[in-house]
Design a protein. Structure first.
Length: 99
């Protein structure tokens, strides 16, 4: 099983109290904690790929994925999975769990 998600709305600062790290990775592979925003800037500089080209690539990737799903190309690979998330009330700090 594999999965992944990137949400700019959930960007965590390494200085924040809730930022999760792993000691070995922090010591040996510190770049692993680079945010997607910084990754995009690094790609742009290193490979001279501007934002427009990155956006075009991302949009084409999404179009290809949608077309593949429409023709059921991933029917055996993409399956529903129930997960539970922890939700923190910003006003009270109360935590709850929701599917």
């Amino acid at each position: 099983m594999a999965g992944g998600v990137e949400s700019i709305s959930l960007v965590q600062s390494p200085d924040g109290e809730n930022f999760k790290t792993e000691d070995w990775l922090t010591e040996h592979k510190p770049a692993i904690w680079m945010s997607m925003i910084d990754t995009a800037e690094t790609v742009a500089k290193r490979y001279r790929i501007g934002r427009d080209r990155q956006d075009e690539f991302a949009a084409e990737s999404q179009r290809r994925n949608a077309a593949a799903q429409q023709r059921r190309a991933f029917e055996d690979e993409i399956v529903p999975m129930t997960v539970v998330k922890e939700v923190v009330d910003r006003k009270t700090g109360a935590k709850s769990r929701r599917p």
